[in-house]
Ligand binder design. Structure first.
Ligand code: FE
Length: 187
């Protein structure tokens, strides 16, 4: 029996949870909100031990953007701080990539989804010229280790594995906090 929820269910339920998470911008530690002067940064916040999902903060400085890229797995993107623009791309019959539909503006609290099923290729940029923007992403794999691709508009495909930019790692194997908080509340 397959007990895994299907993708529409994951995106729907996960989207609701992520919407709740990004409704408040008071929890992301500074270590995972650090700008780089040249490049957007991606910091692992949580990784499922079985590689079924991961959670990442993306930090864009003013003017920074991703190349056109795919994900190969489902992803949810919740805007925490600032504003970002996501432009979907579609491949033409001649193999070139061109913008597909209007760019989507993400503002704080807004969540959008990507996946090979619903549209997987896009380019994301910081919509603010003078401030950083930060979004919280959840993916259906350990995304930093997934072999995927960036694309040039002429159709050129460049394989890439993103990795993570962390200099410190969240201690997500220490599960005592919830227990200890509950203990303190009862004593
Ligand atoms: Fe993306």
């Amino acid at each position: 029996m397959n007990c895994q929820p299907n993708e529409p269910e994951i995106l729907s339920l996960g989207g609701e949870l992520l919407t709740r998470l990004v409704a408040h911008d008071d929890w992301l530690p500074d270590a995972y909100a650090q700008l780089h002067p040249q490049r957007y940064q991606q910091y692992l916040l949580h990784a499922d031990a079985l590689g079924r999902f991961s959670m990442v903060s993306f930090v864009w400085g003013p003017g920074q953007a991703t190349p056109i890229h795919d994900h190969t797995v489902w992803g949810l993107i919740g805007l925490l701080r600032g504003a970002e623009q996501s432009q979907a791309y579609a491949r033409n019959a001649d193999g070139r990539w061109t913008p597909h539909g209007a760019p989507q503006m993400l503002t704080p609290g807004h969540v959008e989804a990507v996946s090979p099923r619903i549209g997987d290729v896009h380019r994301v940029s910081n919509a603010l010229a003078d401030q950083p923007s930060i979004s919280i992403h959840v993916y259906g794999a350990n995304i930093g280790a997934v072999q995927r691709a960036v694309y040039l508009e002429d159709g050129t495909r460049k394989p890439f594995v993103s990795g993570y930019n962390n200099s410190t790692w969240p201690n997500f194997l220490d599960l005592s906090a919830e227990f200890n908080t509950a203990q303190n509340m009862t004593h």
